[in-house]
Design a protein around this ligand. Structure first.
Ligand code: HEC
Ligand SMILES: [Cu+2]
Length: 481
């Protein structure tokens, strides 16, 4: 009996020991990727969606030169609807970057001289402060280079991280970078690049003309458009992605957000493999995969029958009412064993049947009384509004950001005309202005604030940083409105 006990104990001890050793090995593996030897230099191939660069295969790790240009340019959101996109490489999502573990990526980010704003890049594939954001902040007409080693295999989002971050992302500043494992991903027949994004426009969905960004809706997460690849119809009709019966298809799917999580689904297909959240874990036989904002997934499946397969965000109003709908057209021979098509058709008349009506949603008018607060209270409340709403652009001490956001501190422009300042907060501002002798030609979005909040925030601004101490009343705001 005693002998048996000792043997048992020894067995348990050795089991514990070996499991510890395994842990150790795992940790070493990560360190190993950081130490993979690089051999030679090559230019990275970059592609616009829905295409991806050639697979890495079994090439050795290299110094990989990535040259990406930021372009702010007008494009089409939907039929008759224009939007000014901010892009990495001229497309939404930005150019696809394909690397392997151990590559030393030398990244050069150029901000086109015609652009209006500074930008930067945060790549989720980077182990380093801000994912590169801190090293890549670049003004129009400038470029910056930084480098990083790819350590963790997976599919990663990159995005602009310049304040106000949400606005840069909402305007299209995101894309994907793939880090393939040693030896590459398994071979498939077709590969495509798809990325979801939500957009917020001044007008409602479908309102024609050039639409500008709506900060208020973005904060409320009330998207007018939810789309794949930057616009309604980027992947439908003649733009559909294609495959032939019998082929394997891999989709690199990302979600730029800025707000919404995607319930990514292909109608009439089942994903054979899903790299959930773009990582190394593979789930099999998946119907819908959740892709968080700022996340990605790699899905693959074999197409067995011909037809049009619809790609959707299965939060389904987004697909049929806001644009999150794409198409995969598969051609080839039918396979009746897998799918019969219609076998019989007849008429069915059940009893009853009701017509449903929509609930009445008439808005109730809210009447509020004007109550002027004390100056001290207004300054206190105004500071809160400022830190929430204006701070991202005009900065903590109202100093602004050179060449991008004008100063509010000791601003001659501000102090010269209070009505004009109220108008700017109410309606936003574009076009060239001169503040303290420096020219600015940029965009301030309309701020969705109440009259009271506008009177508070401007009173705070006027009573701070050496400005002329104007007390902006609610009455004054009402007059300008
Ligand atoms: C998204 C960034 C952004 C936010 C947020 C923002 N502004 Fe601005 N603001 C700008 C830009 C850009 C301009 C210059 C517009 C131009 O070039 O026509 C500007 C101009 C101004 C001006 C006139 C120029 C000056 O320096 O005196 C005032 C006043 C102003 N903003 C106040 C505010 C206040 C108050 C808030 C918060 C309620 C606010 N802004 C929020 C970007 C922003
Ligand atoms: Cu940006």
């Amino acid at each position: 009996m005693k002998l048996l006990k000792t043997v048992c104990l020894l067995l348990i001890a050795s089991l514990l020991l070996t499991s510890c050793k395994k842990e150790e090995k795992k940790e070493l593996a990560v360190v190993d990727n950081a130490n993979i030897y690089i051999k030679g230099t090559m230019d990275a191939e970059l592609t616009a969606p829905p295409f991806v660069p050639a697979p890495v295969g079994n090439r050795t790790a290299k110094k990989l030169l990535v040259n990406m240009e930021i372009l702010e340019k007008e494009g089409t959101m939907a039929d008759g609807v224009q939007y000014v996109y901010w892009t990495f490489g001229g497309s939404v999502p930005g150019s696809f970057i394909r690397t392997r573990v151990g590559d030393l990526v030398e990244f050069t980010l150029s901000n086109h001289p015609d652009n209006k704003l500074p930008h930067n890049i945060d790549l989720h594939a980077v182990n380093g402060p801000g994912g590169g954001a801190e090293s890549s902040f670049v003004a129009p007409g400038h470029k910056k280079t930084f480098s990083f080693k790819t350590v963790n295999p997976g599919l990663y989002v990159y995005h602009c991280a310049t304040a106000p971050v949400g606005m840069h992302i909402a305007n299209g500043m995101y894309g994907l970078i793939l880090v393939e494992p040693e030896g590459g991903l398994p071979k498939v027949d077709k590969e495509y690049y798809i990325m979801q994004g939500d957009f917020y426009t001044k007008g409602a969905n479908g309102d024609k003309g050039l639409q500008s960004f709506d900060m208020g809706k973005a904060i409320k997460e009330d998207a007018d458009y939810v789309v794949f690849n930057g616009k309604v119809g980027a992947l439908t009709g003649d733009n559909a992605i294609t495959a032939n019966v019998g082929e394997t298809v891999r989709l690199f799917v990302g979600n730029g957000g800025p707000n919404l999580t995607s319930s990514f689904h292909v109608i009439g297909e089942i994903f054979d493999n899903v790299h959930i959240e773009g990582g190394t874990t593979i789930l099999k036989d998946i119907q819908t995969t959740s892709i968080p904002s700022g996340g990605a997934a790699i899905v693959d499946f074999k197409v067995d029958v011909p037809g049009t397969f619809i790609l959707v965000d299965h939060a389904i109003f987004r697909a049929f009412n806001k644009g999150a709908l794409g198409m995969l057209k598969v051609s080839g021979k039918e396979n009746k064993k897998l799918y019969s098509g219609i076998k019989q058709e007849g008429i069915y008349l059940p009893e009853g049947g009701t017509i449903q009506t929509m609930p009445d949603t008439k808005k109730k008018e809210v009447v509020t009384k004007i109550v002027e607060k004390s100056l001290a209270q207004k300054i206190k409340d105004g500071k809160q509004v400022y830190m929430k709403t204006c701070f991202a652009c005009h900065q903590a001490e109202g100093q602004g950001i050179p060449n991008a956001f004008p100063p509010l501190a000791k601003s001659d422009y501000l102090n010269a005309d209070v009505k004009r300042a109220i108008g700017i907060v109410l309606n936003g501002k574009t076009g060239e202005i001169t503040v303290n002798g420096k020219k600015y030609n940029s965009v301030m979005t309309k701020q969705t604030l109440t009259e009271e909040e506008i009177s508070d925030v401007l009173t705070y601004v006027y009573n701070s940083w050496g400005n002329n101490k104007t007390n902006v009343t609610i009455e004054m705001v009402k007059k300008v409105k």
